[in-house]
Design a protein around this ligand. Structure first.
Ligand code: NDP
Length: 448
């Protein structure tokens, strides 16, 4: 049995009830095998992989809060501090009913390699709660955020662990969390990213994940001798990542024909009108079905995902495992030739296998999340730099750095894939390129 297989088997025995984490670990371990084999003896001796797959620490805590009717609730809060070999822990907070330790470990593990790919000094972490802000009043969300931060404050700091947003944690939640941090510590410092512009946020952070996704998609497409101009794109989700992916794709001349939320998807053959989406989602936190009231030529499909719509490129931007094997086959059969992931692990294992088959047969292009959506955390790290300098850069400055970062990630990923004999396999390329820097740092720092 290879070293990688041994470590994975040990993980399954130890954490049988963490399917999302096991899936993420399996996929990463399998694809870094060529890089591990090259240093197997040294890595084994240092128990490198055994350490890589266990978080440095996991903090769990209760979050008591009171709703508007005076009823008390208790949610669970978590922070997974996975790996600090190359910098302070960095990764978002997710507030959603289905959040559990397995999901946060999967996200924290992925974050290690993603953060490494950005080339910036940030380690991997993730956190959140099974609290769902959807349907809650601003006052309820504020009380929850204050209670959550009252505990989390003990474990974070600008040189220690710097959380950000994720699903269910946007500008409003970051504001309440930051307010409570400042109130308790009496310090005004860059402990959270995704902050508002009036209190230390970075221009272009809101746009960063979606824009970065389209910048790297542009590189992938150019690498295959094509262009985004005039291409039809299918997008899922209508949250932060989806909205700005739509905007940048349209600016680069593509036509985006779908977006969705957890209730269903909208198909607009003339191209999604982003002002309508902004109005629904940013204006009044509404549902995407309202789109067809404003644009009667569009259609709404309740309870469905958009993967049956004919397109050139698909950009999944909602959540994990939203594309299964059947969906992937449908996309490919309908002529889709490229998938770049805005959401984290949106394609399940069967879907990735289908892309892989299509890559070998006809050059299908697939850029996995840890490379494709790294622009968000990349600009978060730029927000940290600005906070340390006590300066604010212009939108153009940040946007240029983001573009350069995404081009750099594409180059690193392509190069690593080629070096290890897997040219064009961006999964292998992203995992190995991310892994090598972390492995070097862990080896240098000894058995910690
Ligand atoms: P938001 O909360 O802003 O939006 C999430 C969107 O996805 C909403 O439209 C939501 O619909 C939909 N969605 C969520 N869960 C499901 C589900 N189970 N089934 C169908 N649709 C669902 O989150 P973000 O846009 O910030 O995040 C989207 C994805 O991108 C996540 O995977 C996140 O981890 C990833 N990501 C985000 C980054 C960022 O900077 N924000 C950075 C890197 C990755 P509804 O309104 O109905 O809940």
């Amino acid at each position: 049995m290879s070293y990688v297989e041994e470590v994975y088997e040990g993980l399954v025995a130890k954490h049988p009830n963490e399917p999302e984490f096991l899936e993420a670990a399996k996929r990463v371990l399998e694809s870094i095998e060529p890089a591990v084999t090259a240093h197997e003896e040294a890595y084994r001796k240092a128990a490198l992989l055994e350490r890589l797959v266990e978080p440095e620490r996991i903090i769990t805590f209760r979050v008591p809060w009171t709703d508007d009717n005076g009823v008390n609730h208790v949610n669970l809060g978590y922070r997974v501090q996975f790996n600090s070999a190359i910098g302070p822990y960095k990764g978002g907070l997710r507030f959603r009913g289905n959040v559990n330790q397995s999901i946060l470990k999967f996200l924290g593990f992925e974050q290690i390699f993603k953060n490494s790919l950005t080339g910036l000094p940030i380690g991997g972490g993730k956190g959140g709660s099974d609290f769902d802000p959807k349907g809650r009043s601003d006052a309820e969300v504020m009380r929850f955020c204050q209670s959550f931060m009252t505990e989390l404050v003990k474990y974070i700091g600008p040189d220690e662990d710097v959380p950000a947003g994720d699903i269910g944690v946007g500008g409003r939640e970051i504001g309440y969390l930051y307010g409570q941090y400042k109130r308790i510590t009496n310090r005004y410092e860059g402990v959270l990213t995704g902050k508002g512009l009036s209190y230390g946020g970075s221009l272009a952070r809101t746009e960063a994940t979606g824009y970065g996704l389209v910048y790297i998609t542009n590189e992938v497409v150019k690498g295959a001798g094509k262009s985004l101009e005039g291409k039809t794109i299918v997008i899922s989700g209508s949250g932060n990542v989806a909205q700005y992916a739509i905007q940048k794709a349209q600016q680069l001349g593509a036509k985006v024909v779908t977006c969705s939320d957890s209730n269903g998807y909208v198909y607009d053959p003339d191209g999604i009108k982003l002002d309508v989406v902004f109005d629904i989602k940013q204006g009044h936190r509404g549902r995407i079905r309202e789109y067809v009231e404003k644009v009667p030529t569009a259609q709404y499909f309740e309870g469905q995902k958009p993967w049956g719509v004919k397109c050139d490129i698909a950009l999944p931007c909602a959540t994990q495992n939203e594309i299964n094997g059947e969906d992937a086959k449908k996309l490919i059969a309908n002529g889709c030739w490229c998938v770049c992931e805005g959401a984290n692990m949106p394609s399940d294992e069967d879907a990735v296998n289908a892309y892989e088959e299509a890559r070998e047969k006809s050059g299908f292009l697939y850029m996995p999340a840890k490379a494709a959506n790294a622009g968000g955390v990349g600009v978060s790290a730029l927000e940290m730099s600005q906070n340390s300098e006590r300066l604010s850069w212009t939108f153009e400055e940040v946007d240029q750095k983001l573009q350069a970062m995404m081009v750099g990630i594409y180059e690193k990923v392509s190069k690593a894939a080629k070096e290890y004999g897997h040219e064009g396999d961006f999964v292998v390329g992203a995992n190995i390129a991310g892994f090598e820097k972390v492995a070097d740092a862990m080896m240098a720092q000894g058995l910690v």
